[in-house]
Design a protein around this ligand. Structure first.
Ligand code: ADP
Length: 623
């Protein structure tokens, strides 16, 4: 019998467990029972898919035993069991997934969060001074015993065991002033813990419970011991909604999906029809830590009659709802279904459609009835909805358009497109929007001033995908969208337009000269501005904002908006320009360049020739 060392990683976690000041130590039992249940799942699955293995579902069980005299707690299962190598690999090294989460997320708060993670088996060291694992793998002849009293290491030896499966014996720590470990030998404490944490485990968890009876004749108290099944075994999602408390849902979610926060929304429903299924889905409060990385895999767990057949079924969840966590349980797909076949599966397609509409309706209801909550949701996952529209190439427009929110210049908060359209001014036929890095910056754009003055509502687009999303939508309730920095955002009356046209015509030659000086699409007067001298607008489909977004991407793609320099018709600079055009064209060229540079800066675009501009400014102010 040679003592072996734990892997370094495991040592760290183990050390944490042994010296844990974590108050919620009781979760160790849940972890052991979950492991037992997983081990039974594995064997049950084998019996379903391998004809040579004949086992009856009803024979599976987990048994928990307490012994006050020995101060031990034992968890027994008749699952798949482990051979020597598996004992070595599984218990000598902590499970990869658990460790990773632990390292990334909890450098500082290690001890508080133990319960949130599947640290699994090792958590038993929080309450034990020594652990024995006796296991015999299904189909094998030999049994093995793994023993450890903590960080010093462990031993593995051959032993005997009648049946396949695993028995875990915890030798509990001695009581201290702060921690009473002997309570884990109390039947009622353990019974309570099983009900609390493991009620939905689908195999019976049995215990011997002592009952006291008073014998009527003799008056003596007699004790009887009965074996009883403690858990209800009905998975949470198969229970009636009114039998499940919100605490049940929350802790189920946090345990299963490793979140510290309660879900924002729980969706629990049961559908009967062409295809029947139960679903329990959650919208997280915060985006999962890897949500925006390419490793994030969307999907729901897929169960067939309570047996897990796929951990991440992506085909039942549209990309734009990829943040939803949860599961689907249906008797209508076969256990042996493979990933490839699944995609073609007609039943799965029906379920996917129904799930999509279920989530969407929940969100619509939340928007209507719990506005604040919805806004919280939208701040976290709104970008997913926007990308859903953009990537859907028109296909998702109808499904998602009413889930969008944008900041409103008028309401000073997030509004829906429906709300915008409902309060549009008489005669207004466009939905106005402006783009920029932040609400404040957009507010300061020269163009917004005049529109606000005329009492138009403007949507402020601050996400880089926003404008692309609107372009994909094209219209909302027959109203087109207009960027207030674009050519089609005119709000002037017929007379005003004619007047402007004339002024532009009268100065045509000067503008032609100026345009050549800065090499852009055009220069003209505008009535859009109130106080500012100039602004930059665009013609065609590519807006200035889009140019910024696309050019900032790490691809080679470069686009350029067709820019127009617009000059405030009522600004004193106009006289100056007209005089220079008559008297000093060289000077006009400089003025033009400076005005154009100003307009670019206001829009947040770089200037190509900063030295030249700065020299010219200096020259002018020193005059
Ligand atoms: P996790 O359950 O998160 O994988 P654990 O540390 O709890 O991590 O368990 C490590 C591994 O040990 C399990 O993945 C499983 O393969 C094996 N194991 C644990 N308990 C049992 C058991 N009762 N029966 C069979 N295998 C088990």
């Amino acid at each position: 019998m040679k003592k072996k060392e734990f892997k370094t990683e495991s040592k760290r976690v183990l050390d944490l467990m042994i010296n844990s000041i974590y108050t919620n130590k009781e979760i160790f039992l849940r972890e052991l029972i979950s492991n037992a249940s997983d081990a039974i799942d594995k064997l049950y699955y084998k019996s379903l898919t391998d004809r040579k293995v004949k086992l009856d579902k009803d024979d599976f069980y987990i048994k928990v035993e307490v012994d006050k005299n020995d101060n031990t707690l034992t968890v027994r299962d008749n699952g798949i069991g482990m051979n020597e190598e598996e004992l070595e690999n599984n218990l000598g090294t902590i499970a990869e997934s658990g460790t990773l989460l632990f390292k990334e997320e909890n450098k500082n708060k290690e001890t508080e969060c133990i319960g949130q993670f599947g640290v699994g088996f090792y958590s038993a060291f929080m309450v034990s001074k020594e652990i024995e694992v006796i296991s015999k793998k299904f189909g094998d002849k030999k049994a093995y015993i793994w023993k450890s009293s903590g960080v010093e290491g462990y031993t593995i030896d051959e032993t005997t065991k009648d049946d396949y499966g695993t028995t875990i014996i915890l030798h509990l720590k001695d009581d201290t002033e702060d921690d009473i470990y002997s309570k884990y030998t109390n039947e009622f404490t353990i019974e309570g813990l099983i009900k609390k944490y493991s009620d939905y485990i689908k195999y019976p968890i049995k215990m011997n419970l002592t009952h006291e009876h008073e014998d009527k004749k003799s008056g003596k108290t007699e004790t009887h011991v009965h074996e009883e099944v403690i858990n209800s075994m009905i998975p949470l999602w198969k229970r009636n909604k009114n039998e499940v408390s919100s605490d049940d849902y929350d802790s189920f979610y946090m345990d299963k999906f490793y979140d510290y926060e309660k879900p924002l929304k729980v969706i629990h429903s049961s559908v009967e029809g062409k295809v029947s299924y139960n679903t329990l889905m959650f919208i997280p409060s915060k985006a999962p830590y890897d949500f925006y990385s390419k490793d994030y895999e969307k999907g729901l767990e897929l169960y067939s009659n309570g047996v897990l057949i796929m951990e991440k079924c992506g085909d039942i969840l549209p990309d734009y709802f990829s943040f939803v966590k949860g599961l689907v349980d249906t008797p209508d797909v076969s256990l042996n279904i493979s990933r490839e076949i699944l995609q073609q599966d007609a039943q799965i397609k029906i379920i996917a459609k129904s799930i999509e509409s279920k989530i969407r309706k929940e969100l619509e209801t939340m928007l209507e009835e719990e506005r604040e909550k919805y806004e919280e949701f939208f701040k976290t996952f709104g970008i997913n909805i926007k990308f859903g529209i953009y990537n859907g190439m028109g296909q998702n427009n109808d499904n998602l358009k009413d889930l969008l929110l944008f900041y409103s210049s008028k309401e000073k908060k997030l509004v829906t497109l429906k709300e915008y359209v409902e309060r549009m001014k008489e005669g207004q036929d466009k939905i106005y929007y402006a783009c920029g890095q932040s609400i404040d910056k957009i507010d300061l754009l020269p163009q917004t001033e005049k529109l606000k003055d005329k009492d138009y509502e403007i949507l402020y687009l601050t996400d880089y995908v926003d404008e692309f999303t609107l372009q994909m939508l094209q219209k909302y309730s027959e109203k087109t969208f207009a960027n207030i920095s674009g050519e089609n955002a005119d709000i002037d009356s017929k007379e005003e337009k004619e007047e402007l046209e004339k002024a532009n015509d009268d100065n045509k030659d000067m503008f032609e000269f100026m345009k050549k000086a800065i090499n852009i699409k055009g220069v003209r007067f505008t009535k859009k501005l109130k106080n500012h001298p100039v602004c930059l607008t665009s013609e065609g489909n590519v807006s200035v904002e889009m140019e910024k977004v696309i050019n900032a991407m790490p691809t080679d793609e470069r686009i350029s908006a067709e820019k127009v320099l617009e000059i405030n018709e009522n600004h004193p600079i106009v006289n100056k320009l007209q005089t220079l055009y008559k008297k000093d064209k060289d000077e006009l060229e400089k003025y033009t360049k400076i005005l154009y540079a100003q307009a670019r800066l206001i829009e947040g675009l770089p200037i190509d020739n900063p030295t030249e501009i700065s020299n010219m400014v200096c020259e002018l102010i020193s005059k």
